[in-house]
Design a protein around this ligand. Structure first.
Ligand code: UDP
Length: 517
Protein backbone atom coordinates (compact mmCIF):
# COMPACT_ATOMS: atom_id res chain seq x y z
CA UNK A 1 0.00 0.00 0.00
CA UNK A 2 1.04 3.55 -0.71
CA UNK A 3 -0.57 4.82 2.46
CA UNK A 4 2.68 5.68 4.14
CA UNK A 5 4.23 7.40 1.17
CA UNK A 6 3.87 10.89 -0.09
CA UNK A 7 2.33 10.84 -3.52
CA UNK A 8 3.12 12.97 -6.52
CA UNK A 9 0.30 13.16 -9.04
CA UNK A 10 0.73 14.08 -12.72
CA UNK A 11 -2.42 15.40 -14.40
CA UNK A 12 -3.11 15.88 -18.10
CA UNK A 13 -5.85 18.33 -19.12
CA UNK A 14 -7.43 18.86 -22.52
CA UNK A 15 -7.15 22.40 -23.90
CA UNK A 16 -9.80 25.00 -23.09
CA UNK A 17 -11.01 26.67 -19.92
CA UNK A 18 -13.82 24.12 -19.57
CA UNK A 19 -11.11 21.52 -18.87
CA UNK A 20 -8.36 23.56 -17.23
CA UNK A 21 -10.66 25.08 -14.58
CA UNK A 22 -11.88 21.73 -13.19
CA UNK A 23 -8.43 20.10 -13.56
CA UNK A 24 -6.76 22.80 -11.52
CA UNK A 25 -9.49 22.54 -8.96
CA UNK A 26 -9.07 18.76 -8.83
CA UNK A 27 -5.32 19.22 -8.21
CA UNK A 28 -6.07 21.60 -5.33
CA UNK A 29 -8.59 19.26 -3.80
CA UNK A 30 -6.19 16.32 -3.99
CA UNK A 31 -3.48 18.36 -2.27
CA UNK A 32 -5.73 19.58 0.54
CA UNK A 33 -7.71 16.35 1.11
CA UNK A 34 -7.25 15.17 4.68
CA UNK A 35 -7.46 11.49 3.83
CA UNK A 36 -5.03 11.56 0.90
CA UNK A 37 -1.29 12.03 1.23
CA UNK A 38 -0.62 13.66 -2.12
CA UNK A 39 1.98 16.36 -1.56
CA UNK A 40 2.78 17.44 -5.09
CA UNK A 41 0.77 17.93 -8.29
CA UNK A 42 2.08 18.59 -11.80
CA UNK A 43 -0.52 19.74 -14.30
CA UNK A 44 0.36 19.26 -17.98
CA UNK A 45 -1.33 21.55 -20.49
CA UNK A 46 -1.53 21.46 -24.28
CA UNK A 47 -0.84 24.16 -26.83
CA UNK A 48 -0.70 24.40 -30.62
CA UNK A 49 1.50 25.78 -33.32
CA UNK A 50 -1.48 27.87 -34.25
CA UNK A 51 -2.40 31.51 -34.21
CA UNK A 52 -4.83 31.04 -31.35
CA UNK A 53 -2.87 32.08 -28.33
CA UNK A 54 -4.02 31.10 -24.90
CA UNK A 55 -6.23 33.66 -23.27
CA UNK A 56 -5.44 36.13 -20.54
CA UNK A 57 -8.03 34.44 -18.34
CA UNK A 58 -6.21 31.13 -18.75
CA UNK A 59 -2.78 32.63 -18.06
CA UNK A 60 -4.11 34.39 -14.95
CA UNK A 61 -5.70 31.22 -13.68
CA UNK A 62 -2.57 29.11 -14.09
CA UNK A 63 -0.36 31.83 -12.65
CA UNK A 64 -2.49 32.15 -9.52
CA UNK A 65 -2.08 28.41 -8.92
CA UNK A 66 1.70 28.66 -9.27
CA UNK A 67 1.77 31.71 -6.98
CA UNK A 68 -0.24 30.00 -4.25
CA UNK A 69 2.46 29.23 -1.70
CA UNK A 70 0.22 26.92 0.30
CA UNK A 71 -0.04 24.41 -2.56
CA UNK A 72 2.67 22.56 -4.43
CA UNK A 73 1.38 22.78 -8.00
CA UNK A 74 3.65 22.81 -11.03
CA UNK A 75 2.36 23.67 -14.49
CA UNK A 76 4.17 22.15 -17.48
CA UNK A 77 3.25 23.20 -21.00
CA UNK A 78 3.80 20.26 -23.32
CA UNK A 79 5.60 21.01 -26.61
CA UNK A 80 3.11 22.48 -29.10
CA UNK A 81 1.14 20.06 -31.26
CA UNK A 82 1.81 20.49 -34.94
CA UNK A 83 -1.59 20.76 -36.60
CA UNK A 84 -0.78 21.23 -40.25
CA UNK A 85 1.71 22.62 -42.73
CA UNK A 86 -0.87 25.03 -43.98
CA UNK A 87 -2.80 27.80 -42.42
CA UNK A 88 -4.45 26.41 -39.29
CA UNK A 89 -7.72 27.97 -40.33
CA UNK A 90 -7.94 25.40 -43.15
CA UNK A 91 -8.16 22.57 -40.65
CA UNK A 92 -11.62 21.89 -39.26
CA UNK A 93 -12.15 21.86 -35.55
CA UNK A 94 -13.06 18.16 -35.68
CA UNK A 95 -9.68 17.39 -37.23
CA UNK A 96 -7.89 19.52 -34.63
CA UNK A 97 -9.58 17.60 -31.83
CA UNK A 98 -8.73 14.28 -33.48
CA UNK A 99 -5.06 15.25 -33.80
CA UNK A 100 -5.02 16.36 -30.17
CA UNK A 101 -6.52 13.08 -28.96
CA UNK A 102 -3.76 11.25 -30.81
CA UNK A 103 -0.74 13.46 -30.20
CA UNK A 104 -1.20 14.88 -26.68
CA UNK A 105 -1.10 11.41 -25.02
CA UNK A 106 2.27 10.71 -26.73
CA UNK A 107 3.75 14.00 -25.53
CA UNK A 108 2.48 13.34 -22.01
CA UNK A 109 3.79 9.75 -21.85
CA UNK A 110 7.22 10.92 -22.99
CA UNK A 111 7.26 13.86 -20.61
CA UNK A 112 6.45 11.83 -17.51
CA UNK A 113 8.97 9.10 -18.28
CA UNK A 114 11.63 11.81 -18.59
CA UNK A 115 10.72 13.47 -15.31
CA UNK A 116 13.48 13.54 -12.75
CA UNK A 117 11.22 12.83 -9.84
CA UNK A 118 8.64 10.44 -11.26
CA UNK A 119 4.97 10.80 -10.42
CA UNK A 120 3.46 8.04 -8.29
CA UNK A 121 0.05 8.27 -9.96
CA UNK A 122 -1.40 9.82 -13.08
CA UNK A 123 -4.80 11.32 -13.89
CA UNK A 124 -5.57 12.13 -17.50
CA UNK A 125 -8.55 13.81 -19.06
CA UNK A 126 -11.15 11.23 -20.06
CA UNK A 127 -10.83 12.39 -23.68
CA UNK A 128 -7.08 11.74 -23.60
CA UNK A 129 -7.31 8.15 -22.34
CA UNK A 130 -5.05 7.07 -25.20
CA UNK A 131 -2.26 8.02 -22.80
CA UNK A 132 -2.95 4.91 -20.73
CA UNK A 133 -1.69 2.24 -23.16
CA UNK A 134 1.38 4.39 -23.84
CA UNK A 135 2.28 4.78 -20.17
CA UNK A 136 1.82 1.04 -19.75
CA UNK A 137 4.05 0.35 -22.74
CA UNK A 138 6.75 2.54 -21.18
CA UNK A 139 6.66 0.15 -18.20
CA UNK A 140 5.83 2.90 -15.76
CA UNK A 141 4.10 1.10 -12.96
CA UNK A 142 1.81 3.83 -11.68
CA UNK A 143 -1.89 3.76 -10.90
CA UNK A 144 -3.69 5.34 -13.83
CA UNK A 145 -6.90 7.28 -13.38
CA UNK A 146 -9.20 9.30 -15.56
CA UNK A 147 -11.00 12.50 -14.64
CA UNK A 148 -14.20 13.23 -16.54
CA UNK A 149 -15.09 16.93 -16.76
CA UNK A 150 -18.63 15.93 -17.77
CA UNK A 151 -21.24 13.42 -16.58
CA UNK A 152 -21.53 9.67 -15.95
CA UNK A 153 -23.97 9.11 -18.81
CA UNK A 154 -21.22 10.18 -21.21
CA UNK A 155 -18.91 7.64 -19.54
CA UNK A 156 -21.49 4.86 -19.90
CA UNK A 157 -21.75 5.75 -23.59
CA UNK A 158 -17.96 5.67 -23.92
CA UNK A 159 -17.71 2.13 -22.53
CA UNK A 160 -20.64 1.00 -24.65
CA UNK A 161 -19.47 2.56 -27.91
CA UNK A 162 -17.16 -0.28 -29.11
CA UNK A 163 -20.21 -2.57 -28.88
CA UNK A 164 -22.42 -0.11 -30.75
CA UNK A 165 -19.70 0.17 -33.35
CA UNK A 166 -19.91 -3.56 -34.04
CA UNK A 167 -23.70 -3.79 -33.94
CA UNK A 168 -24.96 -0.69 -35.72
CA UNK A 169 -24.74 -0.37 -39.51
CA UNK A 170 -24.24 3.03 -41.11
CA UNK A 171 -24.50 6.32 -39.27
CA UNK A 172 -26.03 6.25 -35.79
CA UNK A 173 -28.58 8.89 -36.73
CA UNK A 174 -29.68 7.19 -39.94
CA UNK A 175 -32.09 4.82 -38.20
CA UNK A 176 -34.99 7.20 -37.75
CA UNK A 177 -36.04 8.05 -34.22
CA UNK A 178 -35.18 4.69 -32.70
CA UNK A 179 -33.22 5.47 -29.53
CA UNK A 180 -29.68 4.40 -28.75
CA UNK A 181 -29.72 2.05 -25.77
CA UNK A 182 -27.02 1.70 -23.13
CA UNK A 183 -27.83 -1.09 -20.63
CA UNK A 184 -29.63 0.34 -17.59
CA UNK A 185 -29.32 3.97 -18.71
CA UNK A 186 -31.64 6.61 -20.10
CA UNK A 187 -32.33 5.96 -23.78
CA UNK A 188 -30.76 8.48 -26.11
CA UNK A 189 -32.39 10.18 -29.07
CA UNK A 190 -30.01 9.87 -32.05
CA UNK A 191 -30.04 13.62 -32.61
CA UNK A 192 -28.73 14.14 -29.06
CA UNK A 193 -25.78 11.81 -29.58
CA UNK A 194 -22.25 12.86 -28.64
CA UNK A 195 -20.81 14.88 -31.49
CA UNK A 196 -17.72 12.70 -31.89
CA UNK A 197 -20.04 9.91 -33.08
CA UNK A 198 -21.75 12.03 -35.73
CA UNK A 199 -19.65 10.98 -38.73
CA UNK A 200 -18.28 7.44 -38.65
CA UNK A 201 -16.07 8.02 -41.65
CA UNK A 202 -14.24 10.93 -39.98
CA UNK A 203 -10.88 10.61 -38.28
CA UNK A 204 -12.42 12.06 -35.13
CA UNK A 205 -14.68 9.01 -34.80
CA UNK A 206 -11.71 6.66 -35.20
CA UNK A 207 -9.82 8.51 -32.45
CA UNK A 208 -12.93 8.44 -30.28
CA UNK A 209 -13.13 4.64 -30.70
CA UNK A 210 -9.47 4.28 -29.68
CA UNK A 211 -10.18 6.54 -26.71
CA UNK A 212 -13.15 4.33 -25.71
CA UNK A 213 -11.11 1.14 -26.03
CA UNK A 214 -8.40 2.58 -23.74
CA UNK A 215 -10.89 3.35 -20.95
CA UNK A 216 -10.71 -0.21 -19.61
CA UNK A 217 -7.05 0.27 -18.70
CA UNK A 218 -7.99 2.80 -16.02
CA UNK A 219 -7.66 1.77 -12.39
CA UNK A 220 -10.49 4.14 -11.57
CA UNK A 221 -12.57 6.90 -13.11
CA UNK A 222 -13.56 10.07 -11.26
CA UNK A 223 -16.51 11.99 -12.66
CA UNK A 224 -17.37 15.64 -12.00
CA UNK A 225 -20.97 14.83 -11.17
CA UNK A 226 -23.22 14.08 -8.22
CA UNK A 227 -24.64 10.70 -7.30
CA UNK A 228 -28.06 12.37 -6.78
CA UNK A 229 -27.98 13.84 -10.29
CA UNK A 230 -27.48 10.46 -11.98
CA UNK A 231 -28.55 7.66 -9.62
CA UNK A 232 -29.79 5.39 -12.42
CA UNK A 233 -26.60 5.72 -14.45
CA UNK A 234 -24.43 4.94 -11.43
CA UNK A 235 -26.53 1.89 -10.65
CA UNK A 236 -26.01 0.73 -14.25
CA UNK A 237 -22.28 1.40 -14.08
CA UNK A 238 -21.97 -0.53 -10.80
CA UNK A 239 -23.97 -3.49 -12.10
CA UNK A 240 -20.93 -4.64 -14.09
CA UNK A 241 -22.95 -4.86 -17.31
CA UNK A 242 -21.19 -1.92 -18.90
CA UNK A 243 -17.71 -2.11 -17.37
CA UNK A 244 -15.76 -3.51 -14.45
CA UNK A 245 -13.75 -0.32 -13.96
CA UNK A 246 -14.72 1.47 -10.72
CA UNK A 247 -16.39 4.81 -11.41
CA UNK A 248 -16.93 7.46 -8.73
CA UNK A 249 -18.86 10.74 -8.64
CA UNK A 250 -16.64 13.42 -7.10
CA UNK A 251 -18.52 16.59 -8.06
CA UNK A 252 -19.08 19.38 -7.87
CA UNK A 253 -15.44 20.14 -8.64
CA UNK A 254 -15.84 23.85 -9.28
CA UNK A 255 -13.82 26.94 -8.45
CA UNK A 256 -14.17 28.46 -4.97
CA UNK A 257 -16.41 31.53 -4.87
CA UNK A 258 -14.30 34.64 -4.51
CA UNK A 259 -16.61 37.52 -3.76
CA UNK A 260 -13.95 39.96 -2.69
CA UNK A 261 -11.61 39.75 -5.63
CA UNK A 262 -14.32 39.79 -8.21
CA UNK A 263 -15.88 42.91 -6.75
CA UNK A 264 -13.53 44.65 -9.16
CA UNK A 265 -16.32 43.90 -11.57
CA UNK A 266 -19.28 46.25 -11.15
CA UNK A 267 -21.76 43.63 -12.20
CA UNK A 268 -22.01 42.35 -8.61
CA UNK A 269 -22.73 45.83 -7.28
CA UNK A 270 -25.50 46.16 -9.84
CA UNK A 271 -26.89 42.76 -8.85
CA UNK A 272 -26.94 43.92 -5.20
CA UNK A 273 -29.53 46.52 -6.20
CA UNK A 274 -31.87 44.08 -7.93
CA UNK A 275 -34.67 42.08 -6.38
CA UNK A 276 -34.18 38.50 -5.33
CA UNK A 277 -34.26 36.00 -8.22
CA UNK A 278 -35.25 38.72 -10.67
CA UNK A 279 -32.30 38.62 -13.09
CA UNK A 280 -31.58 36.10 -15.84
CA UNK A 281 -27.94 35.21 -16.59
CA UNK A 282 -27.03 34.38 -20.21
CA UNK A 283 -23.83 32.66 -21.35
CA UNK A 284 -23.12 30.21 -24.14
CA UNK A 285 -19.70 29.25 -22.82
CA UNK A 286 -16.16 30.48 -22.61
CA UNK A 287 -15.30 30.35 -26.29
CA UNK A 288 -18.38 30.19 -28.45
CA UNK A 289 -19.20 33.29 -30.46
CA UNK A 290 -22.87 33.77 -31.21
CA UNK A 291 -23.81 34.72 -34.76
CA UNK A 292 -25.49 38.00 -35.60
CA UNK A 293 -28.80 36.15 -35.96
CA UNK A 294 -28.43 34.40 -32.61
CA UNK A 295 -27.66 37.67 -30.85
CA UNK A 296 -30.70 39.25 -32.44
CA UNK A 297 -33.06 36.47 -31.32
CA UNK A 298 -31.52 36.44 -27.84
CA UNK A 299 -31.95 40.20 -27.50
CA UNK A 300 -35.57 40.01 -28.69
CA UNK A 301 -36.20 37.09 -26.35
CA UNK A 302 -34.83 39.06 -23.40
CA UNK A 303 -36.98 42.02 -24.40
CA UNK A 304 -40.10 39.87 -24.64
CA UNK A 305 -39.40 38.26 -21.28
CA UNK A 306 -39.42 41.67 -19.62
CA UNK A 307 -36.72 40.48 -17.20
CA UNK A 308 -33.48 42.15 -16.24
CA UNK A 309 -30.38 40.32 -17.42
CA UNK A 310 -26.63 39.82 -17.24
CA UNK A 311 -25.27 38.60 -20.57
CA UNK A 312 -21.74 37.25 -20.98
CA UNK A 313 -21.08 37.65 -24.69
CA UNK A 314 -18.10 36.89 -26.92
CA UNK A 315 -17.84 39.15 -29.98
CA UNK A 316 -20.02 37.63 -32.69
CA UNK A 317 -18.74 35.44 -35.46
CA UNK A 318 -19.82 35.59 -39.06
CA UNK A 319 -21.22 32.08 -39.06
CA UNK A 320 -22.67 30.15 -36.16
CA UNK A 321 -20.20 28.02 -34.33
CA UNK A 322 -16.97 28.79 -36.12
CA UNK A 323 -15.48 29.57 -32.75
CA UNK A 324 -15.96 26.10 -31.32
CA UNK A 325 -15.31 26.08 -27.60
CA UNK A 326 -12.70 23.33 -27.36
CA UNK A 327 -9.85 25.41 -28.70
CA UNK A 328 -10.79 29.04 -28.54
CA UNK A 329 -12.18 28.87 -25.03
CA UNK A 330 -11.50 32.01 -23.12
CA UNK A 331 -9.69 33.82 -25.87
CA UNK A 332 -9.69 37.54 -25.34
CA UNK A 333 -12.28 39.53 -27.17
CA UNK A 334 -9.58 41.54 -28.91
CA UNK A 335 -8.10 38.47 -30.54
CA UNK A 336 -11.32 37.57 -32.31
CA UNK A 337 -10.47 36.42 -35.80
CA UNK A 338 -12.96 38.69 -37.48
CA UNK A 339 -10.84 41.62 -36.53
CA UNK A 340 -13.73 43.41 -34.88
CA UNK A 341 -12.88 45.41 -31.86
CA UNK A 342 -14.89 44.57 -28.79
CA UNK A 343 -17.23 47.03 -27.18
CA UNK A 344 -15.45 49.38 -24.87
CA UNK A 345 -15.71 48.02 -21.39
CA UNK A 346 -16.47 51.37 -19.83
CA UNK A 347 -19.61 51.63 -21.91
CA UNK A 348 -20.80 48.34 -20.53
CA UNK A 349 -20.40 48.84 -16.84
CA UNK A 350 -23.62 49.51 -14.96
CA UNK A 351 -22.92 53.09 -14.13
CA UNK A 352 -20.49 54.90 -16.33
CA UNK A 353 -18.47 57.82 -15.07
CA UNK A 354 -21.11 60.45 -15.61
CA UNK A 355 -23.62 58.43 -13.63
CA UNK A 356 -25.69 57.42 -16.64
CA UNK A 357 -27.04 53.93 -17.12
CA UNK A 358 -25.05 51.29 -18.86
CA UNK A 359 -26.64 51.81 -22.22
CA UNK A 360 -24.47 51.02 -25.19
CA UNK A 361 -25.27 53.12 -28.19
CA UNK A 362 -24.20 52.51 -31.72
CA UNK A 363 -22.30 55.76 -31.92
CA UNK A 364 -20.17 54.85 -28.92
CA UNK A 365 -18.23 52.28 -30.87
CA UNK A 366 -17.16 51.84 -34.41
CA UNK A 367 -18.41 48.47 -35.49
CA UNK A 368 -21.86 47.74 -36.79
CA UNK A 369 -21.83 44.02 -36.32
CA UNK A 370 -24.31 43.94 -33.48
CA UNK A 371 -28.03 44.03 -34.30
CA UNK A 372 -30.16 47.03 -33.43
CA UNK A 373 -32.20 44.89 -30.99
CA UNK A 374 -29.03 44.38 -28.97
CA UNK A 375 -28.68 48.12 -28.36
CA UNK A 376 -32.37 48.59 -27.66
CA UNK A 377 -32.34 46.38 -24.57
CA UNK A 378 -29.21 47.75 -22.89
CA UNK A 379 -31.07 49.76 -20.29
CA UNK A 380 -32.48 46.59 -18.81
CA UNK A 381 -29.27 44.75 -18.06
CA UNK A 382 -25.54 44.33 -18.34
CA UNK A 383 -23.44 42.87 -21.14
CA UNK A 384 -19.99 41.57 -20.24
CA UNK A 385 -17.62 41.25 -23.16
CA UNK A 386 -14.55 40.15 -21.26
CA UNK A 387 -14.16 37.21 -18.87
CA UNK A 388 -17.22 37.17 -16.61
CA UNK A 389 -17.07 36.15 -12.92
CA UNK A 390 -19.64 33.47 -13.74
CA UNK A 391 -19.64 31.60 -10.45
CA UNK A 392 -19.95 34.81 -8.43
CA UNK A 393 -22.83 35.91 -10.68
CA UNK A 394 -24.66 32.58 -10.42
CA UNK A 395 -24.29 32.55 -6.65
CA UNK A 396 -25.79 36.03 -6.30
CA UNK A 397 -29.30 35.98 -4.75
CA UNK A 398 -30.64 38.27 -7.49
CA UNK A 399 -30.09 35.62 -10.17
CA UNK A 400 -33.19 33.56 -10.90
CA UNK A 401 -32.27 31.62 -14.05
CA UNK A 402 -29.47 30.76 -16.47
CA UNK A 403 -29.68 30.55 -20.27
CA UNK A 404 -26.82 28.11 -20.89
CA UNK A 405 -25.24 26.14 -23.71
CA UNK A 406 -25.06 23.29 -21.18
CA UNK A 407 -21.30 23.01 -20.94
CA UNK A 408 -20.93 20.67 -18.00
CA UNK A 409 -18.96 23.10 -15.80
CA UNK A 410 -21.72 25.66 -16.18
CA UNK A 411 -24.26 23.04 -15.16
CA UNK A 412 -22.34 22.01 -12.05
CA UNK A 413 -22.01 25.69 -11.12
CA UNK A 414 -25.71 26.32 -11.68
CA UNK A 415 -26.68 23.27 -9.61
CA UNK A 416 -24.32 24.34 -6.83
CA UNK A 417 -26.01 27.74 -6.77
CA UNK A 418 -29.56 26.35 -7.06
CA UNK A 419 -30.25 28.20 -10.32
CA UNK A 420 -32.69 26.66 -12.85
CA UNK A 421 -31.48 26.35 -16.44
CA UNK A 422 -32.76 27.17 -19.91
CA UNK A 423 -30.87 24.90 -22.30
CA UNK A 424 -29.49 26.15 -25.60
CA UNK A 425 -27.19 23.21 -26.45
CA UNK A 426 -24.70 23.68 -29.30
CA UNK A 427 -21.95 21.06 -29.58
CA UNK A 428 -20.02 18.17 -28.08
CA UNK A 429 -22.06 16.36 -25.40
CA UNK A 430 -24.25 19.41 -24.71
CA UNK A 431 -27.33 17.86 -26.36
CA UNK A 432 -27.01 14.86 -24.05
CA UNK A 433 -26.64 17.20 -21.10
CA UNK A 434 -29.74 19.15 -22.08
CA UNK A 435 -31.80 16.01 -22.56
CA UNK A 436 -31.03 14.68 -19.08
CA UNK A 437 -31.52 18.09 -17.46
CA UNK A 438 -35.00 18.63 -18.92
CA UNK A 439 -36.18 15.05 -18.23
CA UNK A 440 -38.23 15.04 -14.97
CA UNK A 441 -37.46 11.35 -14.54
CA UNK A 442 -33.75 12.11 -14.65
CA UNK A 443 -32.76 15.57 -13.38
CA UNK A 444 -35.70 17.88 -14.09
CA UNK A 445 -34.11 21.29 -13.51
CA UNK A 446 -34.37 22.83 -16.97
CA UNK A 447 -36.44 23.93 -19.92
CA UNK A 448 -34.89 23.00 -23.26
CA UNK A 449 -35.11 25.36 -26.19
CA UNK A 450 -35.81 24.11 -29.68
CA UNK A 451 -32.41 24.73 -31.32
CA UNK A 452 -32.18 24.57 -35.12
CA UNK A 453 -29.80 21.77 -36.13
CA UNK A 454 -28.27 23.79 -38.95
CA UNK A 455 -28.06 27.36 -37.65
CA UNK A 456 -28.01 26.58 -33.90
CA UNK A 457 -30.52 29.41 -33.57
CA UNK A 458 -33.68 29.65 -31.46
CA UNK A 459 -36.78 31.77 -32.09
CA UNK A 460 -37.08 34.78 -29.79
CA UNK A 461 -40.69 33.95 -28.79
CA UNK A 462 -39.48 30.66 -27.40
CA UNK A 463 -36.65 32.28 -25.46
CA UNK A 464 -39.00 34.89 -23.99
CA UNK A 465 -41.54 32.25 -23.01
CA UNK A 466 -38.96 29.97 -21.39
CA UNK A 467 -37.47 32.84 -19.36
CA UNK A 468 -40.92 33.88 -18.11
CA UNK A 469 -41.75 30.30 -17.17
CA UNK A 470 -38.60 29.85 -15.15
CA UNK A 471 -38.75 33.26 -13.43
CA UNK A 472 -42.49 33.67 -12.88
CA UNK A 473 -43.30 32.70 -9.30
CA UNK A 474 -46.85 31.78 -10.36
CA UNK A 475 -45.90 29.23 -13.01
CA UNK A 476 -46.48 25.65 -11.86
CA UNK A 477 -43.95 23.99 -14.19
CA UNK A 478 -41.40 26.61 -13.21
CA UNK A 479 -42.21 25.98 -9.55
CA UNK A 480 -41.38 22.27 -9.79
CA UNK A 481 -38.10 23.02 -11.60
CA UNK A 482 -37.04 25.67 -9.07
CA UNK A 483 -37.86 23.38 -6.16
CA UNK A 484 -35.88 20.50 -7.64
CA UNK A 485 -32.77 22.57 -8.34
CA UNK A 486 -32.77 23.81 -4.72
CA UNK A 487 -32.90 20.20 -3.52
CA UNK A 488 -29.92 19.40 -5.71
CA UNK A 489 -28.09 22.45 -4.41
CA UNK A 490 -28.44 20.97 -0.96
CA UNK A 491 -26.95 17.65 -2.15
CA UNK A 492 -24.14 19.50 -3.90
CA UNK A 493 -23.26 21.28 -0.65
CA UNK A 494 -23.27 18.04 1.31
CA UNK A 495 -21.16 16.13 -1.24
CA UNK A 496 -18.00 18.00 -0.33
CA UNK A 497 -18.51 18.15 3.42
CA UNK A 498 -15.39 16.87 5.14
CA UNK A 499 -17.35 14.66 7.53
CA UNK A 500 -19.65 12.50 5.47
CA UNK A 501 -19.56 14.04 2.01
CA UNK A 502 -20.04 11.39 -0.68
CA UNK A 503 -17.80 13.08 -3.25
CA UNK A 504 -15.17 13.95 -0.65
CA UNK A 505 -15.07 10.34 0.40
CA UNK A 506 -15.15 9.01 -3.18
CA UNK A 507 -12.04 10.99 -4.09
CA UNK A 508 -10.15 9.37 -1.22
CA UNK A 509 -10.60 6.03 -3.01
CA UNK A 510 -7.74 7.14 -5.23
CA UNK A 511 -5.37 5.76 -2.62
CA UNK A 512 -7.06 2.33 -2.37
CA UNK A 513 -7.32 1.77 -6.10
CA UNK A 514 -3.60 1.45 -6.75
CA UNK A 515 -4.19 -1.55 -8.98
CA UNK A 516 -1.13 -1.11 -11.14
CA UNK A 517 1.35 -0.81 -8.31
N1 UDP B 1 -16.51 31.07 -17.50
C1 UDP B 1 -16.29 32.21 -16.78
N2 UDP B 1 -16.43 33.42 -17.38
C2 UDP B 1 -16.80 33.54 -18.68
C3 UDP B 1 -17.04 32.36 -19.43
C4 UDP B 1 -16.89 31.14 -18.81
O1 UDP B 1 -15.96 32.15 -15.58
O2 UDP B 1 -16.92 34.65 -19.17
C5 UDP B 1 -16.27 29.75 -16.88
C6 UDP B 1 -17.53 29.07 -16.42
O3 UDP B 1 -17.87 29.49 -15.12
C7 UDP B 1 -17.13 27.62 -16.50
C8 UDP B 1 -16.19 27.56 -17.68
O4 UDP B 1 -15.69 28.88 -17.83
O5 UDP B 1 -16.44 27.24 -15.33
C9 UDP B 1 -16.85 27.12 -18.97
O6 UDP B 1 -16.99 25.76 -18.98
P1 UDP B 1 -18.26 25.02 -19.60
O7 UDP B 1 -18.04 23.56 -19.44
O8 UDP B 1 -19.51 25.55 -19.01
O9 UDP B 1 -18.31 25.44 -21.12
P2 UDP B 1 -17.19 25.63 -22.26
O10 UDP B 1 -16.71 27.01 -22.11
O11 UDP B 1 -16.14 24.60 -22.02
O12 UDP B 1 -17.96 25.44 -23.52
Amino acid sequence: SHNHHDHHVALLSSPGMGHIIPFLQLAKRLLTHQKINITKATLFTISFNSSSSSSKAQKDLLQSAIDDQSLSIDIIHLPPIHISNHNDDDVTIETKIAITMHEAPKLFATAISNMESKPTMIITDYFLSQALPLVKKNKMKVPMYLFVPTNAWVVALGFHTPKLDKEVEGEYHSHGDSPIQIPGCKAMHPSDLFQMMEDRTHRLYREYLLMCEALSLADGIFVNTLEELEPKTFEALRSGKITKVPIYPIGPVIREINNKQNRINDVLDWLDKQEEESVIYVSLGSGYSMSYEQIKEMALGLEQSGQKFVWSLRPPSTKAGNNYHYFTAGEDAETNKNGHSSLQEENLTPESKNGETNSVTKSQQSSDYLPEEFYRIQRNGIVLMDWAPQLEILSHPSIGGFVSHCGWNSIMESVSCGVPIICWPLFAEQMMNASMLEDEEEVGIAIRLNVSMSTKNVASEEIGKAIRKIMDKGDTEGFVIRKRVKELKHFAEKAWSHDHGSSYFALSRIIDLNGAS
